[in-house]
Design a protein around this ligand. Sequence first.
Ligand SMILES: *Cc1c(COP(=O)(O)O)cnc(C)c1O
Length: 307
Amino acid sequence: MIQAFPPYSEVVSANTNSATLHIEIPEVVDILRLDQIHPWVSGNKWYKLKYNLETASMLGHQRLLSCGGPHSNHLHALACAGKVFGFSTTAFVRGYSHLPLTETLRECEEMGMALVFVDKKTYLNRYDQHWCQQQAEYYKSYWIPEGGNNDAGKKGCAEIAEQCLGYDEVWMSVGSGCTFSGVAHSLAIAQLKNDSLKKVHLKGVMAIKGGEELAASLLADLGNECSIDCDSHLGGFGRCPDELVDLIHHYDAHNLPLDPVYTAKLVMAFERYLQTGKLKANKRYLLIHSGGLQGRRGVKALSASVP
Ligand SMILES: *Cc1c(COP(=O)(O)O)cnc(C)c1O
């Protein structure tokens, strides 16, 4: 079924195999460059979308409906995927239509996405199944939850696990936790099927403040080969203090572009563990670069140098 989307399979196979690069921080670290899959349908968002697109197409839908904020990586990826694979796209956007469009939203529109601005209160409905179903019917469309966080999204993310085998620890950023759960389940299954496989510990770094409850609920379903750090959000989702800007500029100079919302915080947390002696020289570490570089435009100090 996936073969029905030829541009996709070409992009992915061309990049993921050779996508592990070494960086300056310890020699034992690899980076899985999911940001290189596609400039816009980037990183984990592609994995979350692929089976959603497939399902939408199987159900005969021509329109995809979703929601997101004004700098959303998900909406940007969805608009582009819709254009490439021939779906129309509509999105509920949290925010105010009287403000100038962000670059992200302007490009979403350019790619054909219809934007429907809703106030914060209406936007809260996105967690209400019944409301979502009503909207899907009204817009005659296939509903994709915020960030692509549903079973089809998880199924896609499970495929990232393949790239994680052979490492002692794999680190990734956590927003909704869809990617983390998808990868964790798939690693657990691989382990069950073959107990001679080296155990991979999956470490999540929470990008949102107050994510302890979410972390606990994600971990409740998973074995003890998983953990989540909830102390590296730097003040909250989307907050980008100067130290983070400095870190991003540092890695720019070493050809590792990072985004301020997710991947830079991941790398900062990893560096901190390293500096405080929490990492082991004899272990192999993989950091997953989950993409999102377009989101740099949401931070003034970074917007001049979007890769
Ligand atoms: C959306 C996003 C995440 C978070 O993924 P979840 O599956 O929601 O946890 C991480 N990194 C980047 C770059 C993202 O765009």
